[in-house]
Design a protein around this ligand. Structure first.
Ligand code: IMP
Ligand code: MG
Length: 182
């Protein structure tokens, strides 16, 4: 157990381990996306708020032209189990004809990522690639496609590296299990 400001918590991954995983993900993304859009930058969509850290770390490793935009949705609020997806902010850039790289912090049930993929396609995206920093090891009713995964975690509520527990813990240096969910 490691002391955190959310209490003593199981430390699943150190900051170095997360950074290494993000760099590995960047290599895989580069291999597939570098040659896709010579005439138009990729639209990198950061899923606020949790993906700010992974996007900030991933971006300097990406070797193709890109435009950064954000989308904000949430289904947790102050809870640690998911509810209805709420839209807060739409992207400012047009998605029509764009190759999109959608980056989120974590894949849990898959509701968020699937809804965002659908949204991008409805808005006319030419292709949607998806990346998550962390994927929970669990069964899913939704068969959501994820192209790039950084790390896998057990089916617990985790925080750190952008992931929050009731708004806190996003700045924790690594990935931790919320004490009450350990
Ligand atoms: P999904 O829609 O169930 O896949 O949940 C994905 C979203 O819920 C992510 O964008 C996170 O914001 C949030 N989330 C899911 N599980 C966790 C967790 O363990 N810690 C923090 N946030 C989580
Ligand atoms: Mg989120």
């Amino acid at each position: 157990m490691t002391p955190t400001h959310l209490g003593p918590a199981e430390h699943l991954f150190s900051a170095e381990e997360v950074e290494t995983a993000i760099q590995r993900m960047a290599v895989a993304i580069n291999e597939e996306m570098e040659h896709l859009t010579p005439h138009r930058p990729v639209l990198l969509l950061c899923v606020l708020t949790g993906a700010v850290v992974v996007v900030g770390q991933l971006m300097p490793h990406l070797r193709f032209p890109l435009v950064l935009d954000c989308v904000q949705v949430g289904r947790y609020g102050d809870e640690t189990s998911g509810g209805v997806l709420q839209w807060r902010t739409c992207p400012k850039e047009s998605l029509a004809g764009a190759v999109v790289l959608l980056v989120d912090d974590i894949l849990d049930e898959g509701v968020t990522l699937q809804a965002l993929q659908e949204y991008c396609m409805v808005e006319g995206a030419a292709a949607v690639h998806t990346a998550v920093m962390v994927r929970k090891i669990r069964s899913r009713a939704i068969d959501v496609r994820v192209d790039y995964v950084g790390l896998e975690v057990p089916d617990r509520f985790v925080f750190g590296y952008g992931l929050d527990a009731r708004g806190l813990g996003r700045n924790a240096p690594g990935i931790f299990v919320l004490p009450e969910d350990g």
